[in-house]
Ligand binder design. Structure first.
Ligand code: PA5
Length: 453
């Protein structure tokens, strides 16, 4: 069985291999800190051996509930934000039909809510749900987050207008903390089916817990294969040797890139179905490392689409970037370029070739062009886009993130910065307990002289 691989050939004109390998002792030291769980944030390392810890009975429970949802629902609405939705959304998008929600399938359509507070979004969603059999999976580790709480209120209210209280109860599944939070209180009181998010796994590392696994299984994706991929990667990455550990090699290169003034990493893909993998990755690295006024800014683009927009910037803009390509080796589609009788557009030289063949040449061409444009780049190659290799990829990025965060000397498992907006929002909304902050902010707003043109 092949594994995902990291190709760093086009990095080596910018950082010397010997300088990468000089990092080995530091990497081995951090590896020990991770494995022995002695570093900062070590109470959030539950994801480390999660793939090999998940039991058959946990999987059975998830698959059983997913089967029930599939049988009795036209639509599953997944309510959650940040780590409580990005993992599921990324895996489902990567492995489902590109137009899944527009087609009649054996699996329900899947929509997301609780990840924004747009009135239009909710009104539009209401229209989509009209006269449909709807189930809801509400996911919140803290059980107190505003966006999913409001999303659940809206969905409950909507469902109550069409079905009985008992039916609403049966159609809501809560994934939350085992003991605390208002979602837990509500789930207990209402008698919702429940799944527990382990205490020692933070949101952005939680895709392989019921947070991700229930929606993913409902979409008809084999969660056993996803976990098997993660499990095999877990084993492979136990060896700290940079020459055989692609996650540590990736983390080390990030560290050296940053030290060389490359403050932005751009993750790119060549398949629209991978767009949300980048969103998940951005959260993982952005929230794990972006603190203490340092760290790489994780950005993403979708190629070849964005080669016609941001491609210009990447080729010739400020040289403070490096790129990581996500490339899938095996083609998933058979669409071929047709021949045209008079070759009016001049593309007959591609007739009979698959779109993926052309895409591959775009990928090869862009790695060379960007390297020539002084953009160091590396490629993470997936042999195939399936549940098994996505499981490998998820674990690869998680382990690399822990290494990368520790090399940067930050706690990769907390997110103190996300509280600032919440405090201000609650104060401005007039939430109880925020009276003093409310007065302070309203006074600032009242006396701020706006400069507007
Ligand atoms: O990674 C994280 O911890 C965050 O992105 C959370 O997942 C996000 O804020 C949602 O939190 P909760 O699941 O508590 O509603």
């Amino acid at each position: 069985m092949k594994n995902i691989q990291l190709d760093y050939t086009y990095i080596l004109d910018f950082v010397k291999e010997k300088d990468i390998l000089k990092m080995q002792s530091k990497v081995s030291e951090v590896h020990k800190v991770i494995e022995d769980r002695t570093g900062i944030g070590n109470d959030f390392l539950g994801w480390l051996d999660l793939p090999s810890r998940v039991t058959m009975s946990e999987m059975d429970k998830i698959n059983k509930v997913a089967d029930e949802i599939r049988k009795n629902s036209d639509i599953l609405v997944v309510i959650g934000i940040g780590g409580s939705y990005l993992g599921a959304k990324s895996v489902i998008d990567a492995l489902s039909h590109s137009f899944h929600n527009n087609l009649l399938h054996k699996t329900p359509q899947i929509y997301f809510a609780g990840q924004n507070m747009s009135a239009k979004y909710y009104e539009d969603l209401k229209e989509v749900l009209m006269n449909k059999r709807v189930s809801v999976n509400v996911i919140s580790k803290s059980g107190t987050t505003t966006e999913p709480a409001l999303g659940l209120r809206y969905l409950r209210d909507l469902m109550s207008q069409n079905i009985s209280k008992e039916q609403v109860r049966q159609r809501i599944i809560a994934t939350t903390d085992k003991a605390k939070g208002s979602l837990k209180t509500m789930a207990d009181k209402e008698g919702y089916t429940q799944f527990v998010i382990p205490d020692d796994i933070g949101g952005r590392y939680s895709v392989l817990t019921p947070v991700g696994l229930l929606p993913i299984a409902t979409a008809g994706i084999h969660i056993g294969e996803l976990l098997q991929g993660a499990r095999d990667m877990e084993k492979l990455l136990k060896n700290p040797d940079l020459k055989s550990n692609p996650a540590y090699m990736y983390a080390t290169i990030r560290n050296l890139m940053y030290a060389n003034g490359k403050a932005i990493e751009i993750l790119t893909n060549f398949d629209p179905s991978l767009h949300y993998i980048s969103e998940w990755w951005k959260q993982l690295y952005g929230e794990s490392e972006g603190k203490e006024n340092k760290s790489i800014y994780p950005a993403s683009v979708d190629y070849s689409t964005d080669l016609h927009s941001m491609g210009q910037w990447v080729q010739q803009g400020t040289r403070n970037i490096y790129e990581t390509f996500l490339w899938v080796e095996k083609s998933r589609g058979n669409a071929l370029v047709p021949s045209l009788e008079e070759d009016m557009d001049g593309f007959n030289f591609l007739a009979g070739k698959s779109f993926d063949y052309v895409n591959r040449k775009a990928y090869e061409g862009v790695t060379l062009a960007h390297h020539d444009g002084n953009v160091p780049n590396m490629t993470v190659t997936l042999p195939e886009l399936n549940a098994y290799y996505l499981g490998q990829l998820i674990y690869f990025f998680e382990k690399a993130c822990a290494m990368s965060g520790y090399l940067l000397r930050v706690n990769p498992f907390d997110q103190p910065g996300v509280e600032a907006y919440k405090t201000n929002m609650f104060a401005l909304l007039g939430k109880k307990g925020y009276e003093e902050k409310s007065r302070e902010l309203n006074a600032i707003l009242a006396k701020t002289e706006r400069k507007v043109v």
